[in-house]
Design a protein around this ligand. Sequence first.
Ligand SMILES: Cc1cc2nc3c(=O)[nH]c(=O)nc-3n(C[C@H](O)[C@H](O)[C@H](O)COP(=O)(O)OP(=O)(O)OC[C@H]3O[C@@H](n4cnc5c(N)ncnc54)[C@H](O)[C@@H]3O)c2cc1C
Length: 404
Amino acid sequence: MEWIPTRAAGLERLAQFLPHAGRAYAERRNIDFGPQDRSNVSALSPWLRRRLVTEEEVVAAVLARHGFTAAEKFIQEVAWRTYWKGWLELRPAMLEQFDADRIALKAQLEADRHLQRRFARAAEGATGIACFDAWVEELRGHGWLHNHARMWFASVWIFTLRLPWQLGADFFYKHLLDADPASNTLSWRWVAGLHTQGKHYLARAENIARNSGGRFAPYGQLDEAALPLSEDVPPLPVTPLALAPRHDGGPCALLLTEEDLHPESWDLMGEIKAIAVLPGATVAVPDSPAARFSAGALADAAARASAHFGVDCAKVTANEIPAWLAQQGQTTLVTAQVPVGLIAWQLRTVEARLAADGARLVALRRAWDDLLWPLATAGFFKLKTRLPGVIARLGLDPAAPRLL
Ligand SMILES: Cc1cc2nc3c(=O)[nH]c(=O)nc-3n(C[C@H](O)[C@H](O)[C@H](O)COP(=O)(O)OP(=O)(O)OC[C@H]3O[C@@H](n4cnc5c(N)ncnc54)[C@H](O)[C@@H]3O)c2cc1C
């Protein structure tokens, strides 16, 4: 599997996977055959993460090929991504808490030699648990793991190696091509038993042996009786989503961020006078596959946007945005909604500075997010049951009547 950081390569992978996205996916998706064989899953996550290819495009293509019944499992998996994004968007304080914990644990690592050694053994893939050590090598070398391997990895990290889940999530975040604050942080919490309190995911040797294509059999090496983690904090309140602003026409500048690199499908009205790209949604290890994918994806989007809108694309830091916008003689900066995470935190300050200059940031929300994020108030079930209605409303299923 080669992850090339362009929209064209993402669409090519989608076309290649499409025949397998129906019943075959539902039957075989849980098997991790290893890095040489990714034919049973889409491996689209690095492209979807940045919306080089969008959820709507993927769902529409799969529906056109297989119809809803056969493609339901695959579509539900895509919707898990949306569920985690929505869940975090409704409870942004969760990521701030995670970040504070992560920083405190990093400081503890410096001071606590014993913890440092145990962490280093895990992060270097030197635990002696062959499957775990192989996943570390795969993660470092390819920047990607199969979903089941991610679940096993997180479970072994938390319950067998007894390391803090936040350090594991941080380790993943720095190496994954698809590193996403919502999917990553909340999946680690789910494995730990903190998302659905008291329900954790325990990796079992028998399950690993059965689903790893005969590669691993860690009998006797895992703690298969560990209890879920718990935390002594009340559930976070749900903050309703603010109404998404619209771009009501008029000249504007565009800001591309790694949260949405398909500006060609943004709901734009006015004339585009200037474009800038803002790097840095992730904190990938320098020169890692993840860092290279991230840089390549931004370059691809900048080139596409330039060609599509007929305007040069500049590279700016968050700090430079207000001055750059003023230089372009513009007062409206349009971007796609930036979900909770590093860029959203940076843009808070930028937005205040723009307002002080009499300019404004308009963050457009895609219809997919607008309809589905508010359903992430509790468990996945609510969103899952409403999916067919949302798909019909968006006109993604050629076989379903379009609802207005
Ligand atoms: C501990 C842990 C950490 C994770 N961290 C991330 C992360 O940082 N970024 C990320 O995109 N996914 C993350 N996932 C979810 C999932 O493992 C990957 O999205 C999936 O493995 C990607 O492979 P694929 O593209 O072949 O998925 P497919 O099975 O082909 O599914 C299609 C798409 O649906 C989405 N998807 C599928 N399963 C999930 C899921 N369980 N949660 C969220 N989205 C899903 C992905 O966008 C994926 O590309 C994590 C899971 C775990 C258990």
